[in-house]
Design a protein. Structure first.
Length: 290
């Protein structure tokens, strides 16, 4: 009699547990390697400048909080002012990006208009356009509008759907929503605006949260934009404030720099933790349907 049983047998439980142990060990080692720079920065914020680069030990021998005090109030403007400026720019950018990009994505995903595919391809083409190509024309425009040294060049473009990445992200999510919901809303007398407001947006919270989280992180970490448009220290964001601790011609306060860098990371962690579940859901569902 021919044995019809398959020759492929699953590995015994002991082999599976051994492989899982190896995987976990490798992942733990990789995690330690990735977290070491952050741990080194955190430890260096409690060391005097003489021990940061001279002492190879991660744990500080002379534990001190003086660097946090110097970093917070050692400049002409307190570091809290930089935090407030970055918070204003980041939150306004989040609101602008979510509003404008969701409207543009709704038009591309749910409406029909002449040249739709052409304009969508043109929008995607801007993803390959380096930011530095448009920097000089944008600067001349904002200079003529007398917006230089204000937050307007950093905030206003966000309300004009300039981030094609988020438009594409939301288009992919909107396309996964059944069109039968639009038809049912139209039977009830809803127009495009009401369909967008009461049907599309409530169902797109994970994708909107994904766009909001990435916008906040990228805006908070942005250094080049504020460097170009902000000249007054009272308008500095946290990234420009951190640069103020490094002096290429004199003495740099490294411990204060690391102390304020540690505090600068806290809003990012808090924002990510608050929207972690929605962020994971949004990333997992935006590519289900093209």
């Amino acid at each position: 009699m021919v044995d019809l049983a398959t020759s492929d047998e699953s590995p015994p439980p002991r082999d599976r547990s051994g492989r899982a142990l190896i995987y976990h060990v490798v992942l733990c080692l990789a995690s330690i390697a990735m977290l070491y720079p952050l741990l080194w920065m955190l430890a260096s914020s409690f060391k005097p400048d003489s021990d940061i680069f001279g002492n190879t030990s991660l744990w500080p021998h002379n534990f001190s909080l003086a660097a946090y005090w110097r970093g917070w109030s050692g400049l002409q403007v307190t570091f809290g002012k930089f935090f407030l400026n970055s918070l204003v720019v980041s939150l306004c950018s989040v609101v602008g990006n979510v509003m404008s990009c969701s409207l543009a994505a709704y038009a591309f995903a749910r409406l029909k208009f002449r040249g739709q595919k052409f304009w969508f391809a043109l929008m995607l083409g801007t993803l390959m356009l380096p930011y530095h190509v448009t920097l000089i024309p944008q600067y001349i425009l904002f200079l003529n509008l007398d917006w230089v040294d204000t937050f307007l060049p950093l905030i206003v473009p966000k309300f004009l759907a300039v981030d094609a990445f988020f438009i594409f992200l939301l288009v992919q999510f909107f396309r996964s929503i059944p069109r039968e919901l639009d038809e049912a809303a139209m039977i009830d007398g809803c127009g495009p605006w009401r369909i967008y407001w009461i049907v599309i947006l409530p169902l797109s919270v994970p994708a909107l949260a994904t766009a909001a989280v990435f916008t906040f992180i990228w805006t908070w970490d942005d250094f080049f934009g504020p460097l170009i448009y902000l000249n007054d220290m009272n308008s500095y964001t946290v990234q420009l404030g951190l640069r103020s601790f490094v002096d290429s011609t004199g003495k740099s306060d490294w411990s204060a720099l690391f102390a304020m860098s540690t505090l600068t990371l806290l809003p990012l962690f808090v924002f990510f933790l608050l929207f972690q579940r929605l962020l994971i859901d949004g990333i997992a569902t935006t590519g289900l349907k093209g």
